[in-house]
Design a protein around this ligand. Structure first.
Ligand code: CAO
Length: 394
C-alpha cells in the first residue's frame, strides 16, 4: 500500500522566486522534515521540506527554475515496505548520463544561447543528467567530440578541456545575491523611477536622540537615527496614503497597514526585513525591532513573517557616507527613501551662519502612480517631521 505525497512551494506568497538549490534526486529516500530544495524569493530563502518520509518519484523543478507559491515541486511515495528495503539500495547522490538528448530548463537554454554554448556537448550534473547553471561554467567538463564525426562519444578517463579559458576573476553570485539581482533588474526595467532630493535639519533631533540614550542607560537598546526615520516615514505614509500600496498588473492595491522595510547589508547580499505596524510602535519598540531583525538578517535566519507586507523601504547609507543616491524601489512598493550621511553645514539664520546638522534624503517613487508634486510634498513633509518630531502628533 503506497501513498502519493505532493510537496508544493510555500512560504513566499506572491514574491518572485526561483529554485536556488536542489538537494535530492529521483529514487532517493528521504526522512520526515528533510529539506528537499531551497527557494530564493525577493527577500527571503525558504527551505522546502517533506512532511513524511518517502521515496522521491518525481522531481519537477531544477536549479534556477522560476516557481510560484503552490507549484508542485516534488512527488514522493510513502510505503513502509519500500522504505525499509530502500535503506541499502537508495542512490546516495544524483546520478547522470551523458546523452545528446539533453535536459535543460528554458533559462539554461537562453543562458547557453547568450554564451554561444552547445548544450549537446555539456554533461549535466543535475538529476537525470539535467544541465544546471554550474555546468555552463567555462571550467565545467564537456562531452568530448568524436574526432571523426563531431558527435558525442561516451565518457573516457581522459582529462577534458574547458570550453573556453576561464577569466580568473569570474565567480558565481550567492543565491541571495542572485535573488537581489533579479528583483532589482525587474523593478529597474519595469518601473519608471523619479528621485527627488532634499535635506532635513536634524540638529534638534540628534540632541534629543543623544539625551534619550543618556537617560535610558546602558541596559536599554541604543536608539540610532534609523528608528526616527522609520517612524517619520510611517507618519508620512499615514498622511499620504497614495504612497502606501502596490501597483500590480495596472492595479493600485492600497495597504491597510503601515509596515516599513529597512535595507540590511548582510555581507552576503541585501535583505529587507519589515517593521510591522511602525506607525503604532514607540521609538524604543522600533529600535528593538530593527536590532532583532538586523541580527536575524545577518545570521540568514529571517522567517517569511519577518519580510512580509512592506509598504515602503528605507535604505540608510549614512553609516558609510555619500551625499545622495538613487535607490531602486523594493518589490511592488511605490516608493523608497534613501538616506545619506548627516553632516554639519553652515546655514543662514537671518543674521549669521550657524552650524546645523543636515540629513540628505533621496526619495525614489513610481512615476506611473505618483506625480512630481506629490513626490515633492511627501519628502518635504518627511523632512519637516524629522526636523521637529512634534509634528507627528498632528
Ligand atoms: N547620518 C549620520 N549618522 C547616522 C546615520 C545617518 N544617515 N544613520 C545612522 N547614523 C548613526 C547612528 O545614529 C549611530 O550613531 P551612534 O553610534 O551615535 O548611536 C551610528 O550611525 C551607527 O548606526 P548603525 O548603522 O549601527 O545603526 P542603524 O540603526 O543606523 O542601522 C542597520 C541598523 C541594521 C540598518 C545597519 O546595521 C545596517 O545594516 N546598515 C546598512 C544598510 C544598507 O545596507 N543599506 C544599503 C542598501 S542599498 O544597497
Amino acid at each position: 500500500m503506497t501513498e502519493r505525497i505532493e510537496v508544493r512551494a510555500k512560504g513566499f506568497q506572491k514574491a518572485e522566486a526561483f529554485v536556488s538549490e536542489v538537494l535530492v534526486a529521483v529514487g532517493q529516500v528521504v526522512d520526515r522534515d528533510e529539506v528537499l530544495l531551497r527557494i530564493e524569493a525577493e527577500k527571503v530563502s525558504v527551505d522546502q521540506s517533506v512532511p513524511t518520509a518517502g521515496r522521491i518519484t518525481e522531481l519537477l523543478v531544477a536549479t534556477n527554475d522560476d516557481v510560484h507559491e503552490g507549484d508542485l515541486l516534488v512527488v514522493l511515495e510513502h510505503s513502509p515496505v519500500d522504505l525499509a528495503r530502500s535503506a541499502e539500495s537508495a542512490p546516495a547522490a544524483p546520478s547522470f548520463t551523458v546523452t545528446s538528448d539533453y535536459h535543460a530548463s528554458p533559462w539554461i537554454r537562453s543562458l547557453a544561447r547568450e554564451r554561444d554554448l552547445d548544450l549537446g556537448r555539456i554533461r549535466g550534473t543535475g538529476p537525470h543528467g539535467r544541465i544546471l547553471e554550474v555546468d555552463l561554467s567555462p571550467v565545467a567538463p564537456s562531452v568530448p567530440e568524436s574526432p571523426l564525426h563531431g558527435a558525442p562519444v561516451p565518457q573516457s578517463a581522459e582529462p577534458m578541456l574547458p570550453l573556453v579559458p576561464a577569466p580568473p576573476e569570474s565567480r558565481q553570485l550567492s543565491a541571495v545575491q542572485r535573488a537581489v539581482a533579479r528583483a532589482v533588474t525587474r523593478t529597474w526595467t519595469e518601473v519608471p523611477h523619479v528621485t527627488q532630493f532634499d535635506e532635513s535639519d536634524v540638529t534638534e533631533l540628534e540632541a534629543f536622540r543623544l539625551a534619550l540614550n543618556r537617560e535610558s542607560g546602558k541596559e536599554a537598546t541604543r536608539i540610532s537615527l534609523l528608528p526616527f526615520i522609520v517612524k517619520a516615514s510611517a507618519c508620512a505614509l499615514r498622511k499620504f496614503p497614495d504612497f502606501n500600496g502596490s501597483f500590480v498588473g495596472e492595479q493600485l492595491l492600497p495597504n491597510r497597514d503601515v509596515n516599513i522595510g529597512f535595507a540590511v547589508d548582510t555581507g552576503d547580499g541585501l535583505r529587507v526585513p519589515v517593521v510591522q505596524h511602525a506607525d503604532r510602535l514607540t521609538l524604543p519598540q522600533i529600535a528593538s525591532e530593527i536590532t532583532r531583525l538586523g541580527d536575524r538578517a545577518r545570521a540568514a535566519k529571517l522567517a517569511p513573517a519577518d519580510v512580509r507586507g512592506g509598504s515602503f523601504t528605507v535604505s540608510n547609507l549614512g553609516g558609510v557616507g555619500g551625499t545622495a543616491f538613487t535607490p531602486i524601489i523594493n518589490g511592488h512598493e511605490l516608493a523608497i527613501l534613501g538616506v545619506s550621511k548627516a553632516e554639519l553645514k553652515p546655514k543662514w539664520d537671518g543674521r549669521a551662519f550657524v552650524p546645523r546638522l543636515m540629513l540628505p534624503l533621496s526619495l525614489s517613487y513610481d512615476h506611473r502612480v505618483i506625480n512630481g508634486v506629490a513626490g515633492a510634498r511627501f519628502i518635504a513633509h518627511l523632512g519637516a517631521l524629522l526636523a521637529d518630531m512634534r509634528r507627528a502628533l498632528l
